[in-house]
Design a protein around this ligand. Structure first.
Ligand SMILES: Cc1ncc(COP(=O)(O)O)c(C=O)c1O
Length: 365
C-alpha cells in the first residue's frame, strides 16, 4: 500500500562531477552526503503526506520539538551497490522496512508501508544515482539512512501528533582498506545496552546513546568496541553496540545469541543464518554465556569469532578483554577461513557477482 508520492526539487548547485569523484576517492564513513534528501510528514489527522525530495541541508525544528527531549526516534541503515553493468541495487529492503515498522510500533511512531519505504529510496536514487560509487571491485557503496522522529513542538510525554520521515545518503568506502583486521573487544560488565522489556530490539537512537559509556570504557582499555551482556544476569552475550556476534565451533556449528528481546535482529545476522547451510555449517541460535567464549578459545572448541552488520559486513573478532583478564584471539591475523568465506559470499551477492538465488536484491536505479 502506498500513501506517498514524492515531488522533486533539485538543488541549483549540485556537486560537480570532479567534486564527487574526489569524495569517491576518499569517502570515509558518514562524513559526506549526497545533494538531496527525502522528507515526508505524518500527522495524526492527515496520515502520511507531503513526500518530497529536496536539497540536502539543515532542517527546521523548534527547540521544543519532542524528539529533542524524549528521544522518540528510529532509524535504519542499508546500502546501495553498483553492479558491473552500472545498475544500482539494495539488499533485502523488505527486511529493513519490516524492522522499521517494528521499531515504530515500539516507539509509538506511525508505521510507513514497505512500498513507501522502498519508494522513498528509489525517489532519492532517481536524483542522486551518480553518488553511488563506481563498480571497481572495492566494496564501496552508498550508505542509506532512513529515519523518523517526533517533530511536533510540544513538551509532554505522549506520542507525537506530528512526525517527520527522512532519508539521507552518504558514500562509504571499503571498511577494511588495508585487508581484514580483527577487532579487540571489551566486556562491558556494568553498562548494559538494553534491558528486558526495553527498546533493545528496536533501532532507536536511545540504544546507541546508552551504549556509549561502555564503548568508551572499552577504548580506554585498549579495545575497539564493547560486548554487551544481558542486563539481568550479566552472564549472557547479547551483541556489540552496532553489530551481532557469531562463533564457529570445531564441530561446524555457527552459533549466535538467540533473540532475547533486547538484541537487534540484524539483517546480516539473519542472512548468515541462511547462508550457513550452503556452506555445510549448522546454524544455531541459543543463549551463549560469556564464560563459554573464555573457555572455548582456551579449549579449542571455538575456532573463529566474527561480528556482522551492514556497515562492515563481517568483521573478524580478535582478543577479548575484561577487568583483570583477557582471552586470546582465534582464527588468525586476517580472520578465519570460514569468516572470510561467508564475507565473500555475502559481498558477491550484494555486488551482483554471484547468483541472487533467494531474491535478496531490489533494483533502485
Ligand atoms: C545494535 C546493532 N546490532 C546489530 C546490527 C546489525 O544489523 P544489520 O545487519 O541489519 O545491519 C546493527 C546495525 O544496524 C546494530 O546497530
Amino acid at each position: 500500500m502506498t500513501d506517498l508520492s514524492f515531488t522533486t526539487l533539485r538543488r541549483e548547485d549540485p556537486a560537480s562531477d570532479a567534486r564527487r569523484a574526489e569524495i569517491h576517492a576518499n569517502p570515509g564513513f558518514g562524513v559526506h552526503f549526497t545533494d538531496h534528501m527525502v522528507s515526508a510528514t505524518w500527522t495524526k489527522d492527515g496520515g502520511w503526506h507531503d513526500g518530497r525530495v529536496v536539497p540536502y541541508g539543515p532542517i527546521q525544528l523548534m527547540p521544543s520539538a519532542a524528539v529533542l527531549h524524549y528521544a522518540q526516534e528510529i532509524f535504519e541503515g542499508m546500502k546501495a551497490y553498483r553492479h558491473e553493468d552500472g545498475s544500482v541495487w539494495t539488499f533485502r529492503p523488505e527486511a529493513n522496512a519490516a524492522r522499521m515498522a517494528r521499531s515504530a510500533r515500539r516507539l509509538a511512531l506511525p508505521e510507513l508501508s514497505e512500498a513507501d519505504f522502498i519508494g522513498s529510496l528509489k525517489a532519492l536514487l532517481a536524483v542522486d544515482e551518480a553518488w553511488v560509487p563506481p563498480a571497481d571491485g572495492s566494496e564501496a557503496s552508498l550508505y542509506l539512512r532512513p529515519f523518523m522522529y517526533a517533530s511536533e513542538s510540544f513538551l509532554g510525554v505522549r506520542p507525537a501528533n506530528e512526525v517527520t520521515y527522512s532519508v539521507i545518503a552518504s558514500p562509504a568506502g571499503p571498511y577494511f582498506a588495508g585487508g581484514l583486521k580483527p577487532v579487540k573487544l571489551w566486556i562491558s560488565q556494568d553498562y548494559a545496552r538494553a534491558g528486558a522489556g526495553g527498546t533493545g530490539a528496536a533501532k532507536c537512537g536511545g540504544n546507541y546513546a546508552s551504549s556509549l559509556a561502555g564503548q568508551l570504557e572499552g577504548i580506554e582499555n585498549g579495545c575497539d568496541q564493547a560486548v554487551f551482556l544481558d542486563s539481568g544476569t550479566h552472564e549472557l552475550i547479547e551483541e556489540l553496540g552496532g553489530m551481532n556476534l557469531f562463533f564457529l565451533t570445531k564441530d561446524g556449528e555457527l552459533v549466535t545469541p538467540e533473540l532475547s528481546g533486547s538484541i537487534l535482529e540484524g539483517i546480516t545476522r539473519s542472512s548468515i543464518l541462511e547462508l550457513a547451510k550452503d556452506l555445510d555449517l549448522t546454524p544455531v541460535e541459543r543463549k551463549v554465556p560469556i564464560q563459554e567464549w573464555k573457555d572455548g578459545v582456551a579449549s579449542g572448541d571455538i575456532v573463529e569469532i566474527f561480528a556482522c552488520g551492514t556497515a562492515a559486513v563481517i568483521t573478524p573478532v580478535g582478543e577479548l578483554r575484561w577487568e583483570g583478564g583477557s582471552a586470546p584471539a582465534v582464527g588468525g591475523p586476517e580472520g578465519g577461513e570460514v569468516t572470510r568465506a561467508i564475507r565473500s559470499r555475502l559481498l558477491d551477492i550484494q555486488y551482483g557477482r554471484a547468483e541472487d538465488s533467494r531474491g535478496w536484491l531490489t533494483r533502485l536505479a
